[in-house]
Design a protein. Structure first.
Length: 302
């Protein structure tokens, strides 16, 4: 049953959780290598999603898929969580949170561009303008304002952050053909991806984990960012009478995140971060405006 008020509450809850994860990433990476953090977070997420499926009485759906869907789960698990979070946590390990977090938000624009060759969508002039504005913000943040010299603070870190947007957008393009229940699908992706992560962690960093606040932060990431937030957002979309109003809540997250980064991590927020973030959000707003205008055109023609 549609309920816009409930949808907005679920959406706000999701945005609040998303706003804390950049801070949690940095706290976890203080004592853990990225792959160790991924192992802990992915393990926690698998447990949380299993509990959610049991509480929703949908656990039986895990065992009712076709063989090719389980193979699909393994393949998608290599993309998310394995490859995506390897890039994302690697970026946060090398960059300040105030830089890595805004760069990651450009994935929505990357998705729009990749949808042209892979989904047959049309690229409009507004998409190109949105890209120019958005990536102008990326350059401002990545160079810490030194845009004329193009001197990047950490080229590898920036490359990992941008790479994470490509992986995440690719994942969602593949997911458009996914007929599995969303929570079941994500649970199986993480479940099949977990052994791969464990082997890589054992091979590279070892399985001995420090019992510190970093371990707690990694568990927080797995429980909330990888688990509960996804379910809350799914509920928000399902309950929404107007999905655009709920989707617009995402624009709150990066600015609220800077508050946590400043007060908890103690990072001095640079002017270039504010300028770059405003440009990125403006670019994403332009891109979303194109989608909304297109929806209105279609509605008017019916």
């Amino acid at each position: 049953m549609k309920d816009q008020k409930t949808a907005m509450m679920y959406g706000l809850g999701t945005v609040l959780l998303w706003s804390t994860v950049a801070t949690a990433f940095k706290l976890a990476l203080a004592d853990l290598a990225p792959v160790q953090m991924l192992l802990v977070a992915c393990s926690a997420s698998v447990v949380v999603m299993a509990i959610i499926l049991m509480l929703q009485k949908r656990w039986h759906l895990v065992f009712s898929l076709k063989r090719k869907q389980y193979i699909q789960s393994f393949g998608m698990g290599l993309i998310n969580p394995c490859l995506y979070y390897f890039f994302l946590f690697g970026a946060f390990d090398r960059l300040p949170a105030q830089e890595a977090q805004p760069l990651n938000y450009t994935w929505a624009l990357v998705l729009a561009y990749l949808s042209v060759p892979f989904l047959g969508h049309r690229l409009r002039r507004l998409d190109i303008l949105a890209g120019l504005v958005c990536y102008a913000g990326v350059v401002v943040i990545a160079t810490r304002g030194a845009v004329t010299t193009l001197s990047f603070s950490d080229p590898i870190g920036v490359a990992l952050a941008i790479g994470s947007t490509l992986v995440w957008a690719s994942y969602w393009i593949i997911a458009t053909r996914d007929t599995r229940d969303p929570v079941v699908g994500l649970f199986l992706n993480f479940l099949f991806g977990l052994p791969v992560i464990a082997v890589i962690c054992w091979w590279t960093e070892g399985l001995s984990l420090p019992v510190t606040g970093s371990l707690v932060a990694a568990l927080y990431v797995g429980i909330f960012e990888m688990g509960i937030a996804f379910v809350l957002w799914s509920y928000a979309m399902k309950k929404a009478e107007n999905t655009s109003r709920v989707s617009n809540l995402i624009f709150i997250s990066p600015f609220l995140s800077l508050v946590f980064i400043y007060f908890i991590l103690g990072e001095q927020i640079l002017p270039s971060t504010y300028i770059g973030l405003v440009l990125i959000m403006a670019g994403l707003w332009l891109q979303q405006k194109k989608v909304k205008d297109r929806e209105q055109e279609l509605a008017g023609g019916q």
